[in-house]
Design a protein around this ligand. Structure first.
Ligand SMILES: [Zn+2]
Ligand SMILES: [Zn+2]
Length: 319
C-alpha cells in the first residue's frame, strides 16, 4: 500500500451554479436543520445508557442499509436477492433519510463515471469540502432521479414508488419512536442517530478522496482510510472500491475491516441473498501504484510555473 502527499491548492474550484429554490430543497434544508437542533437538544437533556444504545443501534442498522443496500446492491449490483427482499431492503434504506434508492444509485453511478472530473457530483478536489459533503446533496443540480443511469432498476414499479415516497419511512420511524418511547427516545433514536449517520455517510464523499492511502492507480483520487471504514462499516476502503466496483467486499484483506460484507455473507448463509461477489485475487494484484506509479491526473498535475509543483511521494509498502 502506498501513501502519498499532494498539494491541491492550485487546482481550479468550480463555483456551483446558483438556481432558484425548489419545494423539495426547502423541505430537505428544514429537515436537516431540525435534525441538528434535535441532536443538540438531546445532548443538552443528557443521555442514558439505553438512549445511547438505541442511537447506536439505529445508526448501525441504517448505515448497513446505506452501504450494503443503497451502495453495494442498488448502485453496483454486487449480489442478488429476491424481488420481495429487494423491496424490503429498499424500504429499510429509506429510513436512513438519504432520499430514495433509485436517486441514490443514479447519482452514485454518475460519481463513478466521472470521478473527480468537472461532471462528478461531489468531488472535494473540484468543489471543496462543504459542497462535496452536503452542498451537492442539498442543491438543485442533482435533485431529480436520473432514470437513464439505472435502466436495470427503473423497470420495477414498486421501487419507483418507494423512491418517490422515500420520506414516508423516516416519518413512520419518528412516529413509532415518539409514540412508543416518548420525547427522549425520539431525540436519541432519530435525531442523534440520523445526524451521525448523515455525516458519517457523507465523509465518504468529502474525505475519502482526500485523506488516506492509495494502493491502486485509479484515475480518480480515492483513498483507503481505516477510520472511515470503521464508522461506515467498510466503505472507507474507497480506493479498493474505485479499483473494482463489482465486488460486495470493499476490504480486500482480513485487516481491512468490512462489517457490511460480513453481514452480507451471513445473510448469504441464511439464503436471503446469493451470488455475493468478492474481489478475485488477480484483481487485487493488478494496477498497483507500487508497480505502475500514480495515474490520477489530479495527483500528478503540475502547478503553474511560478509555484512549486505538487509532489507525489511514494512511501514504502505499509500493507
Ligand atoms: Zn460505489
Ligand atoms: Zn469515490
Amino acid at each position: 500500500m502506498a501513501a502519498i502527499t499532494v498539494t491541491t491548492e492550485s487546482l481550479p474550484r468550480i463555483a456551483p451554479p446558483r438556481q432558484g429554490r425548489s419545494a423539495g430543497q426547502i423541505f430537505n434544508f428544514i429537515g436537516i436543520v431540525l435534525i441538528h437542533i434535535g441532536a443538540a437538544v438531546a445532548i443538552w437533556r443528557g443521555p442514558t445508557l439505553k438512549l445511547v444504545g438505541l442511537a447506536v443501534g439505529l445508526y448501525f442498522i441504517r448505515m448497513w442499509a446505506i452501504t450494503a443496500v443503497y451502495h453495494r446492491y442498488f448502485s453496483h449490483r454486487t449480489y442478488k436477492t429476491s424481488r420481495v427482499m429487494q423491496l424490503l431492503l429498499a424500504i429499510l434504506g429509506t429510513t436512513a433519510t438519504q432520499k430514495g434508492p433509485l436517486w441514490w444509485a443514479s447519482t452514485h453511478r454518475i460519481h463513478h463515471k466521472h470521478s473527480d472530473t468537472e461532471r462528478d457530483v461531489h468531488s472535494p478536489l473540484r468543489r471543496g469540502f462543504w459542497y462535496s459533503h452536503m452542498g451537492w446533496w442539498m442543491g438543485r443540480d442533482h435533485e431529480k432521479t436520473d432514470l437513464a443511469q439505472i435502466p436495470d432498476l427503473a423497470g420495477y414499479p414498486e421501487l419507483r414508488w418507494v423512491d418517490r415516497w422515500h420520506v414516508l419511512s423516516p416519518l413512520a420511524l419518528i412516529a413509532a419512536l415518539a409514540f412508543f418511547g416518548g420525547y427522549d427516545v425520539f431525540l436519541w433514536g432519530y435525531a442523534v442517530s440520523t445526524c451521525l449517520l448523515m455525516h458519517g455517510t457523507f465523509t465518504i464523499n468529502s474525505l475519502s478522496h482526500v485523506y488516506g492511502s492509495r494502493r491502486f492507480a485509479t484515475t480518480d483520487t480515492s483513498r483507503n482510510n481505516f477510520l472511515l471504514a470503521i464508522i461506515t462499516l467498510g466503505e472507507g476502503w474507497h480506493n479498493n472500491h474505485h479499483h473494482y466496483q463489482s465486488s460486495a467486499n470493499q476490504g480486500f484483506y482480513w485487516w481491512e475491516v468490512d462489517v457490511s460484507y460480513y453481514i452480507l455473507k451471513g445473510m448469504e448463509k441464511l439464503g436471503l441473498v446469493w451470488d455475493v461477489r468478492a474481489a478475485p485475487e488477480h484483481i487485487k494484484r493488478r494496477n498497483l501504484i507500487a508497480e505502475v506509479g500514480e495515474r490520477s491526473p489530479l495527483l500528478i498535475k503540475t502547478a503553474p510555473d511560478s509555484t512549486p509543483a505538487p509532489v507525489a511521494v511514494p512511501e514504502p509498502d505499509a500493507g
